[in-house]
Design a protein around this ligand. Sequence first.
Ligand SMILES: *Cc1c(COP(=O)(O)O)cnc(C)c1O
Length: 369
Amino acid sequence: MTHPHTAADLGMAGALLTIDLDAIRSNYRLVRDRAAGAACAAVVKADGYGLGAAMIAQALAAEGCTHFFVAHLAEAVALRPVVPTADIIVLHGPTPGAAPAFDANRIIPVLNSPQQVAEYSAYAATTGRVLPALLQVDSGMSRFGLTEAELDDLLAQPNALAGIELRYVMSHLACADTPAHPANAAQLACFERMRARLPGVPASLSASSGIFLGAAYHFDLVRPGAALYGIAPQNGQPNPLAPVVALHGRIMQTRQVPTGAGIGYGHTFIAQYPMRLATVAVGYADGFLRSSNGAAWFGTTRLAIIGRVSMDSIILDITDLTDPLPADALVELIGPHHDIDAAATAAGTIGYELLTNLGPRYARRIIGA
Ligand SMILES: *Cc1c(COP(=O)(O)O)cnc(C)c1O
């Protein structure tokens, strides 16, 4: 992502979040091609991982995507007018009493428990129609879905799925970002066993990382989220995806400090020699996590973040910068020198958490809108 940017792009904001919609499109095509033979959904929960669900859904619908997953009904209802003909699927399924709202908005639930199946089936009976749904089974994550025993019980009841058109049986992998983890093959075997009890029903197992475990994990529908947004799918492997986000912060002031100066809250950093510092208008209230102890870049020069991240600012060590910083200079916090995964690692977390935290105070610039 080498698009030029200046302080003028920030308007009144302290930082510029650049979102490359062209890169999201090309990442969608890449994962779709990796899972050729399966349909490729797009997961746009949490407002498209913080980047804008409506904009992303619209762009990917134009690429031919026809299935969109969100976590909550409210997210689905907001998306309904944006992609009027697509299937919008709610991972959490219906809360008690929510079935009519699913139906009224043509939203498809994932049914995750015997109770959700029973309630949705009972609601369908009151309408006299057959309603689409997915059924989640737990293949070994212990989070959502029917256990093998619950699936047996369900299928032992006559008319257990009455009024429900089962679009897919699905499950979710716990360790797919670690290809050698034995849980992957164990979950695959469990999923194969459980889906065999629902003959003829299409299946869905993999999110982003699972797609890269190979064709055995693809089934009929894949559900990438993070990969669309440029997050590396596999630990320790080169990232085949295009970067989607960049974050550039505005320098508010620079200063010279003497040996012994305490820097930032708690004086966790004390200058051991005379230093030059720059204060940048990005902090943990912007989702730049307080645990961040990485760096920013000015051009190709690495500038360490020193002291604690404040609510609205961070302090950089610019002692080694040979050129004085121009007034209103911007520094790269996420970008070509430091991608979302690297910035997350420097904060002791994963790209998913950093991405979904990036806050509402940034100016946003969309490439490829
Ligand atoms: C969030 C989620 C996804 C998308 O996961 P990524 O790792 O972001 O690709 C897919 N399926 C389920 C059940 C999820 O909860």
